[in-house]
Design a protein around this ligand. Sequence first.
Ligand code: PMP
Length: 368
Amino acid sequence: MSSLTQTRDYNFNAGPSALPIEVLTEVQDELLNYKDSGKSIIESSHRSKEYEEVHFETLNNLTTLLDCKDSHSLILMNGGARMQFALVPMNLVREGQIAEYIVTGTWAKGAYDEACKIPGIETNAVWSGVEDNFNRIPNPDEYSVNNKAAYLHYASNNTIFGTQFHTPPESGDIPLVADMSSDILCRPMDISNHSLIYAGAQKNLGPAGLSVVAIRNDHLESCPGNLTSAFDYKVLQAKDSLLYTPNCFAIYVVGLVTRKIIEMGGLEEIQKINNAKAKLIYDTIDNSGGYYKGTCTKESRSIMNVTINLQSEELEKKFVTESIGAGFSGLKGHRSVGGIRASTYNSVPLESVEALVSFMNEFQASNG
Ligand code: PMP
């Protein structure tokens, strides 16, 4: 292990979160003089040749990994996923249509609530898990989709509650819209029946302040095209996501992260590693004789955010404090739910997870 990796935490933050050490070192190496341009990439014009190469590589890498070259257009937008909560209904709902939502957690509810604020748009939550404290993903027979729906929106991974759709929800002929902020590119994904997917970059992709949108070409065509330009998918796509000065740094880092995924062998490889990481932690929970308790049903467990309870809040607090002393960060559950949460995004190395399960076993042995 190099001295650099020795000084870095085992980082389990929920977002912004860990980035690959190779990418960080490359950024560091290139920072002062990007490819002999005499300046860093963040000091270059967004119309320069250097930046253009970066920009289009990022768009191409994302298109390749999402396997949507012939069906969807990629858009890179400044701002986070929350902004998409509003832009999706503004761009996709036509007169006489309803925007429908499956509410499986805080962010899914946030998307629904924001859509409700858009004047003139009718909304409907087809299912909500609030009564079960958002501990599971619904079965298709638990909800129905209106045939006037413009789309059925779902959050593919529920960052706070640790649940994940392992296959997209069923919606008949109605297209899907997915908030993939916390699991984009965690596994091979078929987005062909999605009108649109979006994700804030700060978990699986790179730095915060950027969101990625993939919109189906036929749906892009029918966007109204009369919104404020910076909110209009049609305008942004027509300008190759260069309508305004883009978040050049984030796009540059996402380009490096996605290039690395392609070089590693793509999403099948990523999925194998993610499954192995999640299995290590879930096995530790399930073999702890009830000392560690998963917060959701086994079928709904996320491979990106593992949420855990101990016997008492006091013990959870002790776990978090001692974990920090042992070189871990980000293990405290979201402030709204408490407990422990390990976010095992793509760039969290297996080594960090191995260290975490050793720590969990040692903690149980000394505090059992
Ligand atoms: N959706 C999901 C699934 C999230 O996890 C988050 C943030 N944790 C958001 C949306 C909101 O993202 P942002 O902060 O980029 O607006």
